[in-house]
Design a protein around this ligand. Structure first.
Ligand code: TRP
Ligand code: SF4
Length: 326
């Protein structure tokens, strides 16, 4: 029996290179070794976007295509949509009965997000309860581990606490899942801030080649280098970090040398990097096209994922109802 892993993403927009290197690349590797459940947390998107929910469904589909394009496999993994497995809502309700409100108010992500998303009114019950829903998502499948970025670690910790409390009150039903931290290579957006859709600095997995080249052309390089005749410093250049990911090693070494000696200009350097990046994205685009031309197949994958997830979720809920004698 392969050990089980579970993770999810909120559908807040199409996925970009930061999401790829921060999560997806790791998931694609993990699915070879583990029994993986990956789901799109559309109810979680509603906690912050309840005033404007109209994009959530489209983004859910986009992300599923992104997943398939990068090689998440519906044969190896269970890919599903949270709101299609209603058991999550039932477990969320039951867990909400036993979760002390101070655990939620203490959650660092909660305070952070309320400050950061100050344009939205997040003083709702649902937003406070975000980690309870996430705990339900996770323990429903009794995974051994949850592969996430460090920002999600507090949520997995609350999940462990909620699982422990449930077991303490009603008997042992849920194993406490481990957090499996994904370390992220340094990959900034085109403006050198963290790559994020909301900053407008992201390169999306679904961007066409010309758009990728255009975005790369706007990237900020070594800020000290004004003219081509000035020697550059690749160590502080974001374009160079991209080269390290997408260009062949001997070309990376060449850029390193020719940048420092002012033999290569940033325009040419970026053009070459965009070629490497587009070569990396080409098979991803190809797979996306394959699925875009077969919407019936995508619907089939969604339905099969739902059925597989539901099978486990129903079994868990039978145990939960028995444990609480309902
Ligand atoms: N909170 C996660 C995020 O914003 C999404 C998520 C919801 C999740 N439920 C989950 C991640 C369960 C891992 C496990 O990225
Ligand atoms: Fe950066 Fe390349 Fe310009 Fe050097 S030549 S500063 S590595 S973009």
């Amino acid at each position: 029996m392969r050990k089980r892993l579970l993770s999810g993403m909120r559908p807040t927009g199409p996925l970009h290179l930061g999401n790829y290197h921060g999560a997806l690349a790791n998931w694609v590797r993990l699915q070879q070794e583990y029994d993986c459940f990956f789901f799109i947390a559309d109810w979680h998107a509603l906690t912050s976007d309840y005033e404007k929910p109209d994009r959530i469904r489209g983004y859910t589909y986009d992300i599923l295509l992104d997943w398939l394009s990068v090689g998440l496999s519906p044969e190896q993994s269970t890919l599903f949509i949270q709101s299609q497995v209603k058991e999550h809502a039932e477990l969320y309700l039951i867990l909400s009965m036993i979760t002390p409100v101070p655990w939620l108010e203490r959650n660092p992500t909660y305070k952070d997000q309320i400050e950061q998303l100050s344009s939205k009114d997040l003083s709702t019950f649902g937003f406070l309860g975000y980690p309870v829903l996430q705990a339900a998502d996770i323990i429903m499948y009794k995974p051994f581990g949850v592969p996430v970025g460090v920002d999600q670690a507090p949520h997995v910790e609350i999940t462990r606490e909620i699982a422990r409390r449930f077991n303490h009150l009603y008997g042992p039903v849920f194993p406490e899942p481990e957090v499996i931290l994904t370390d992220t290579p340094k990959l900034l957006g085109t403006d050198r801030r963290k790559m994020s859709k909301s900053y407008g600095n992201a390169i999306f997995l679904s961007d066409p080649a010309e758009e990728v080249a255009a975005k790369v052309a706007t990237m900020i390089t070594d800020p000290q280098r004004m003219r081509k005749s000035d020697p550059g410093n690749p160590e502080i250049c974001n374009v160079f970090d991209f080269h390290k990911l997408y260009s062949p090693p001997q070309f990376v070494a060449e850029v390193d040398r020719r940048c420092r000696s002012a033999e290569i200009g940033c325009v040419e350097c970026k053009r070459r990097m965009a070629e490497g990046l587009n070569a990396f994205l080409a098979p991803i685009r190809e797979t996306r096209r394959h699925y875009q031309e077969r919407p019936d197949r995508v619907e089939e994958i969604i339905a099969a994922g739902r059925a597989k997830a539901q099978q486990t979720a129903r079994r868990t809920m039978d145990e939960v109802r028995a444990a609480i004698k309902l």
